[in-house]
Design a binder for this molecule. Structure first.
Ligand code: ATM
Length: 230
């Protein structure tokens, strides 16, 4: 997943055009209850205030097929094996990339994406024990190799994430019904991914107040924002 943006098959060929003409893909990752969607919304409004073209999307979802798949993977009444689950997330991702993300990047937008391939590596690769490399392979196919320019990993202790999730008072979905062991494996996998790719994946302590999380997130993408303005 370290392909350079200009070598990306889903982006318009760079040719002689300056790198600055292209958009950037920033993904937000972490356990449920880490505050991903709060950060995504705050980042989007701050960047729009600065006059940037920002598209905020979430996974699974963002286009009709992927929203339908979202309903399937969350449905607690369905039997879904680990392999089928990994493929459903990958299918939702393939459609979102093709219909929305690739065109937005070609138009020069900053795409803020709540979850992407790293979620599958952590949840299906580690949580479901399918193996990170196997899950990476199906996602390379699904995304045609699209890799984020930067990933903000919101680190929260599994117990804190669970407590925040419970505090929402919603009925737990199919994945949220899993035990502590599942979420601990996911948290460990995220840490490993961040250790392997420190330039791309920046970890933020998500137990800080939301304002501090936003400040750190902005500083972690400042160089990308600068590169879009030059
Ligand atoms: P959100 O609740 O963050 O929208 O994500 C939906 C669920 O799908 C979430 N469940 N929990 N807990 C994480 C899970 N998920 C995966 O297991 N693999 C993936 O590739 C993605 C994108 C999400």
């Amino acid at each position: 997943m370290t392909q350079s943006p200009s070598a990306n098959p889903l982006r318009a060929s760079d040719g002689a055009s300056p790198r600055s003409a292209k958009g950037r893909l920033v993904t937000i990752e972490g356990l449920d209850g880490a505050g991903k969607s709060t950060l995504a919304k705050a980042l989007a409004s701050e960047l729009e205030r600065r006059g940037m073209r920002v598209a905020l999307l979430r996974e699974p979802g963002g286009v009709t097929l992927s929203e339908r798949i979202r309903e399937l993977v969350k449905d607690a009444t369905l039997e879904v094996g680990a392999r089928a689950e990994a493929l459903l997330y990958a299918a939702a991702r393939a459609e979102l990339v093709q219909e929305r993300i690739a065109p937005l990047l070609d138009e020069g937008a900053l795409v803020l994406l709540d979850r992407f391939v790293d979620s599958s590596l952590a949840y299906q690769g580690a949580g479901r024990e399918l193996g990170i490399e196997q899950v990476r392979q199906i996602n390379l196919f699904a995304t045609a190799g699209l890799s984020p320019d930067r990933t903000l990993l919101l680190r929260v202790a599994p117990a804190t994430g669970r407590a925040r999730q419970d505090g929402r008072g919603e009925e737990p979905d199919r994945l949220e019904r899993e035990g502590d062991h599942f979420f601990e494996a996911i948290a460990r996998a995220y840490e490993e991914l961040a250790r392997d790719e420190p330039a791309r994946i920046r970890t933020i302590d998500a137990e800080q107040p939301p304002r501090r999380v936003l400040e750190q997130a902005l500083s972690e993408i400042e160089d990308l924002l600068d590169s879009m303005n030059t």
